[in-house]
Design a protein. Structure first.
Ligand code: KG4
Ligand code: ZN
Length: 344
C-alpha cells in the first residue's frame, strides 16, 4: 500500500455516539471509513446517554479499527501515524478513543496526533477541493455545537460566535421528540418537512441583536412545545391527535426558522470578514434545506460554498485523519500525556 510519498494516517473518533475509524492517504484519498452508530442504543432515551455511549465505544473500538485496516488492505506497517479526536465532546466517550490511539501508537511505534473535533468538521468541507480562497468563514452546526469561525487560516480558526444555549442539532432532536419522532431527530424532521408547508406557522427567529454572531435555539423549541400543547400547556396528548399534515407543517415551519437563522448569521459573518469562501460542516449540514439555502446565499453574494458529502458531515473519522495529515506535515505531534477534554 505504501509508496514513499504516501502518508497513511489512521484516524479515530469517539467524541459522542459514533465509534469511527478511517485511513486516509495524504489528507484526501480515503482508503477506508467505518462508522458504528449507537443510535439504536440511545433512541429510547431521546438523546445520548454518556455512560451508555462510553461502554459502547469500549465494545466497538477495536472491531471498528480492525475493519478500517481490512477495508484499506493495510497492516500496521502501512500506517504512518495515529490521529484521535481528543476534544471537545463527552469526556468519558473521548477517553476511549484517546486510550486506544495511545495504545496503538505505543505498541506500533508510531507518532500520535491530537485533533480538535470541531476543526475536523471544518476540514471535512475541504475533502473534495482540498483548497480554498481566503478570506473564509465556516459554520459548524451539529448536535453539540453551533459556531461560526473566521478560518482564513484553516489550522487556526477564530471563533466569531456560538450558541448561547442549545445547538441547532439539539433543537432538531428535541423538536423531533416533541413530535414523537425517533432519535436522531434531524433526518426525521427533514423527511416529514418535505410533506409540510414551511410558511404554515411563524416560529421565532432569534437573532440576539443586529450585530450578534451568536445563536440561541432554546426559544424555538419552547415555541414548538407551546404550539403543540396549547398556551396553557394542558394539551399533553395533542401531538398524538394531530393529523399527519399538521405535524408536517410544524416540522417544515420549524426547519425553515432554523435555516433562516443559520443562513442570516453566516451571511453576516461573511460580510463582516469579506469572505470569498463559506465552509459548512457538522451533522446539520447534511440537511438538504440547509445546503440549498446556503448555496443560494453564496450564489447571490458571489461566494463559493464548500460542504462535504452528506456522509462526511455527520461524525466520522475521515475528517480526523484528513486534518491530521496537515499536522503530520508540520511535525505537530502529541505525547503520551494526551488527555481527553470536554471543552475546546
Ligand atoms: O456532527 P454530528 O454527527 O455529531 C455531533 O458532533 O454532534 O451531528 C449530529 C446532529 C444530530 O443532532 C442530528 O439530529 C443532526 O446532526 N442531523 C441533522 C440531519 N442529519 C443529522 N439535522 C438536520 N437534518 C439532517 N438531515
Ligand atoms: Zn461532530
Amino acid at each position: 500500500m505504501n509508496r514513499p510519498e504516501e502518508i497513511n494516517i489512521l484516524g479515530i473518533e469517539t467524541s459522542c455516539d459514533e465509534t469511527a475509524a478511517a485511513i486516509v492517504t495524504n489528507g484526501y484519498r480515503i482508503k477506508s471509513s467505518v462508522v458504528a452508530s449507537q443510535n439504536d442504543l440511545h433512541a429510547k432515551y431521546g438523546g445520548v446517554v454518556p455512560e451508555i455511549a462510553s461502554r459502547a465505544h469500549v465494545e466497538n473500538i477495536y472491531p471498528v479499527i480492525k475493519e478500517a485496516l481490512e477495508q484499506a488492505g493495510a497492516t500496521k506497517d502501512n500506517i504512518d501515524a495515529i490521529a484521535v479526536a481528543n476534544q471537545p465532546g463527552l469526556s468519558i466517550a473521548l477517553i476511549v478513543g484517546v486510550t486506544a490511539a495511545k495504545m496503538l501508537a505505543f505498541s506500533w511505534g508510531k507518532p500520535l496526533i491530537a485533533i480538535n473535533h470541531l476543526h475536523a468538521h471544518l476540514q471535512s468541507a475541504l475533502l473534495a477541493e482540498q483548497t480554498f480562497e481566503p478570506p473564509a468563514v465556516a459554520l459548524v452546526v451539529s448536535g453539540g455545537h453551533t459556531s461560526l469561525y473566521d478560518c482564513s487560516e484553516i489550522f487556526k480558526p477564530k471563533r466569531l460566535g456560538s450558541t448561547i444555549d442549545d445547538a441547532a442539532g439539539e433543537a432538531f432532536d428535541k423538536v423531533a421528540s416533541i413530535l414523537q419522532l425517533p432519535y436522531p431527530g434531524g433526518p426525521e424532521i427533514e423527511k416529514l418537512a418535505q410533506k409540510g408547508n414551511a410558511n404554515a406557522i411563524k416560529f421565532p427567529r432569534s437573532m440576539l441583536g443586529r450585530d450578534s454572531l451568536d445563536f440561541s435555539f432554546s426559544g424555538i423549541k419552547t415555541a414548538v412545545l407551546y404550539h403543540c400543547r396549547g398556551q396553557d400547556m394542558k394539551g399533553q396528548n395533542y401531538v398524538s391527535q394531530m393529523s399527519g399534515k399538521e405535524k408536517a407543517d410544524i416540522a417544515a415551519s420549524f426547519q425553515q426558522a432554523i435555516v433562516d437563522v443559520l443562513v442570516k448569521k453566516t451571511q453576516k459573518s461573511a460580510d463582516k470578514t469579506k469572505a470569498k469562501t463559506v465552509m459548512l460542516g457538522g451533522g446539520v449540514a447534511a440537511n438538504g434545506e440547509v445546503r440549498q439555502a446556503m448555496q443560494l446565499m453564496c450564489d447571490k453574494s458571489d461566494r463559493k460554498l464548500l460542504v462535504a458529502e452528506k456522509r462526511y458531515c455527520t461524525d466520522n473519522a475521515v475528517m480526523i485523519a484528513s486534518l491530521a495529515y496537515h499536522k503530520f506535515s508540520r511535525g505537530l505531534f502529541a505525547d503520551f500525556t494526551l488527555e481527553a477534554k470536554a471543552t475546546g
